[in-house]
Write a protein that binds this ligand. Sequence first.
Ligand code: BES
Ligand code: ZN
Length: 623
Amino acid sequence: MKKIAILAATALVACQSPSDENTSNEETTMKYAEDIHSFSRPNEAVVKHLDIALDVDFDTEIITGVANWTIESAEGATEIVFDTDQLNIEEVSTNDGGVVEFTLGEEDEVLGIPLQVPITSETKNVTIKYSTDPGAKALQWLEPSQTSAKTHPFLLTQSQAILARTWIPCQDGPGIRFTYNADVKTRADLMPVMSAGGNPTELSADGSYSFEMPQAIPSYLMALAIGNIEFRAIGENTGVYAEPNVVDTAAWEFGDIDAMITAAEELYGPYRWGRYDIIVLPASFPFGGMENPRITFATPTILAGDRSLVSLVAHELAHSWSGNLVTNATWNDFWLNEGFTVYFEQRIMEAVYGREYSEMLASHSHEGLIDQVNEFMEEAPNDTKLAIDLTDRNPDDGVTTIAYDKGYHFLRLVEETVGRERFDAFLKNYFETHAFQVMTTERFVDLLTTDLLTEEEAGQINVQDWIYGTGLPENAPEPNPARFVAVDQAAEAFLADGSFEPRDVTNEWSSHEWMRFIGKVGNITSEQAAQLDAQYHFSQSTNSEVLAAWFQPTIRSGYEPVNPVVEDFLINVGRRKFLTPTYKAMIESGKKEWAVEVYEKARPNYHAVARETMDDLLHGEEQ
Ligand code: BES
Ligand code: ZN
């Protein structure tokens, strides 16, 4: 076999000047980390820039694309490998070879199909003509009836973790960054937005739009949404996109966004991406939010009418540093993206809404973590490790509260051990020094122990155990929110003798106190459920979190008046975080038939990633 020199990875290193938004190429000797979830071999040949033309056809539910990649290769490299999944590759050409003969490798159930393209030392551009499959996993095509206004169809993409390859042939690993320009052509009555600059605020005459992304991003942040959407400005560099009947509500709900950005910048340095907009998607979007650069994708289930669920926006905004700027090298390092982001989210929430408020969020995180650790320690203890091993698994398996909440608790412990001043200085420097680069768990541990912690502090924290061990270490911080004291007393009073008469107390309660209350009353009888519902009308709550929390005790208690509400919710909302516990409650309380029946009606409204999880839950091995 011919020897191939290893390519010195060109890491995009941010300019030192905080006022300069641009990035420049700088050679480093770092090589790309091994990524078990991509067929690409970036140390031999790697993409640097993408010029892409996308023709989006709502009738056939097919995107026809021409992806022109600018590449760099190591001496002696004879091919470049792209990831594809469900793509129909029509033709591949290169700048020096004209139309070339490409090879599609063997299909892997999780990873898809490698596309191998022959190159020479002269090859600088590879052009791939292709089309997507109507069932492409990243794409969700919605009928007008599945949108809020019910008048126009909608398309949204979800590329994280490894679904970008189902709509763009790409080197689909988080460690590979590229800039991009895109031309999008679609129906003239619909407007597209992308994770890029140039998002329109008005319809063009002919359905053609151009986008430009000058900051290098990994493929999982490629994003496109198209629908009957309108724009409302919030601040000078912030705004919201949503369907016409939602956009004003959304603009009000996110009214604190500029304050959040200011708080974030004060903590960890400048926001490096230009604009920050949010698009509120139809309710079948599978996640709460997705941190697509310059435009967060969000579920409408956070529009509570009282700004009480906007920590999700703080979370996605925080990813503009943790994740989008300093990126997990592989999906085994996912906790670096999410754990940091939960920590940063809470710091933003504390700065904007006060410590009492953010401690309620921390407490939800703590409770969720304890439940998850207990569950996993029985079934899959290795999945309680921060440094998870996803070999031969879908990276989606790593999306659990461990990465988020164990990660958060670890960072909070570090903060509490060294004090805020030192920790904040360390983090600010971390985001600056590693901007537009990847981070591995090992490297982070190394930085932490050399740049921040004394030996004694590292020992006190027991860093190794936190990162590489299972379970929840005993020194985990325990948030203790003052605002939950009265809530817990009220719950106890109710459980003791039904004497719960808390109207005067509860006037001040936010949805977080209510969620805690519902969680605390726990296992109730259907009579108790009826009593609470008569008093507090939980079944009519317009707050998605309160409603989803309410489903837990009521489904399990057999309180039937909640059933139509549950059905309606499951059919309309596709957010996986709500679906999983709700279907689980149905199954675990002996109502699997009902669950399957509702799922049959609801499934067409779910995105592929939610379908996969629910298929497993409802039709997988017997529970
Ligand atoms: N990046 C994630 C969503 C994600 C993770 C999608 C992994 C696919 C694979 C996003 O930032 C996120 O964490 N969303 C959460 C919100 C949150 C406030 C914890 C969600 O969707 O619930
Ligand atoms: Zn996140």
